[in-house]
Design a protein around this ligand. Structure first.
Ligand SMILES: [Mg+2]
Length: 374
């Protein structure tokens, strides 16, 4: 079997509104997700699909160009089932652009699973659990709005709520207090500053003020490379510290481990550059005694399916994951929706990623004007 072509389609999928407006965190506001969908075609008629997703500056249009110009030529003519070999070729084809690399690699897993008649989780070593427990993230708003939003997600089955902080010290405290009051004592409450705090002292002071609300974990207070300061925060707070933006690739995970900069790692398929690289991060962390969770960009159903396959196959999956990106959108682009219910995500059981694109939705999203892409 040989790869005969790689096709990219840029789409703008509308996000679900929050409090009647765009979803806002310390990273900014988002009304749509600009992602790129990739189709990898073969000479036997099998087509693999993948998704390039990002909330950072390099989004769908740029990622599609990275794929078309650099990554596609590195895989065309090759055997798609040689994933580890092709991951090296993909890695060497362009600097950075991990989300673009992940999309093409995702399609290789899809083709290989379809070719062998097994789901992707079986290719990753098989299930160590049947489903991935989910967290849901509450965006910036007034504390009473955030509390109502969180309570609604708990009613929908989520047992873990992530409150986005890094807004302003007093507002963050009021938001956490209101959310804890609304969700009761039995739901886990974690906070994510998305790098917004200036110094380790600010981070330690904020956690000291909110820890009475029973904080499950504190996520990424500082800039990605501020690893010594992250280690200082870790020593200065009671809840576990989780690294998110500090870790993209396996090399980043190694740096975080060496600095003692986190207790937990938030791992992304897209940021790592694919399922293989994400699984390497899990393994590095496992060797260092760190549990991992899986983070979201937030993906549509294709990328989300890839994350769920990873989540059921990784031994050291710890805290509840964000593998429900499709729930952050007004609709999804799959023919059959992913099974996400009562706060758990289940892997599709059909061969490969086990998902099929609704081409009518794809075409509609392709036409959507960029609009508020921020
Ligand atoms: Mg985060």
């Amino acid at each position: 079997m040989r790869i005969t072509g790689v096709r990219t389609v840029v789409v703008w999928g509308p996000r679900r509104l929050a409090y009647g407006g765009s979803y806002r965190t310390a990273l900014g506001a988002s009304a749509v997700s600009e992602h790129a969908i990739v189709f990898v075609e073969t000479d036997v008629g099998l087509t693999g699909i993948g998704e390039a997703s990002s909330v950072f500056r390099r989004r769908g249009r740029l990622l599609a160009r990275d794929i078309d110009a650099a990554i596609a030529p590195a895989v065309i003519g090759e055997d798609p089932t040689r994933i580890r070999h092709l991951a090296e070729r993909i890695e060497a084809s362009i600097d950075g652009a991990e989300e673009a690399k992940a999309a093409v690699e995702m399609a290789l897993w899809d083709i290989t699973g379809k070719h062998l008649g097994v789901p992707v989780y079986a290719l990753l070593g098989g299930k160590v659990r049947d489903r991935v427990p989910l967290s849901y993230s509450v965006p910036f708003g007034e504390p009473d709005q955030m509390a109502a939003f969180a309570a609604e997600r708990v009613r929908a089955g989520h047992r873990t709520i992530k409150v986005k902080i890094g807004n302003a010290h007093a507002r963050d405290i009021a938001a956490v207090a209101a959310v804890r009051a609304a969700i009761g004592p039995d739901v886990k409450l974690r906070v994510d500053a998305n790098m917004a705090l200036p110094t380790a002292k600010d981070a330690i002071r904020l956690v000291a003020a909110i820890d009475r609300y029973d904080i499950e974990l504190f996520e990424q207070p500082l800039a990605p490379r501020a690893l010594s300061a992250m280690a200082e925060v870790r020593r200065g707070i009671a809840p576990p510290l989780m690294a998110d933006e500090s870790i993209r690739t396996p090399g980043d995970a190694m740096d975080v481990i060496r600095h003692g900069a986190a207790d937990i790692a938030n791992v992304y398929v897209s940021e790592a550059g694919g399922l293989l690289a994400a699984s390497k991060i899990f393994t590095l962390c496992e060797a260092a005694g760190l549990p991992c969770m899986i983070g979201s960009m937030p993906e549509f159903g294709i990328g989300t399916a890839a994350q769920i396959h990873l989540g059921v196959a990784m031994t050291n999956l710890g805290p509840d994951s964000d593998t429900c990106g499709s729930l952050y959108h007004a609709e999804d682009l799959l023919v059959t929706p992913l099974r996400i219910e009562d706060g758990f995500a289940y892997p599709p059981e059909a061969p490969g990623l086990g998902v099929e694109i609704d081409m009518r939705v794809l075409e509609r999203w392709q036409q959507a004007a960029p609009g508020d892409v921020s």
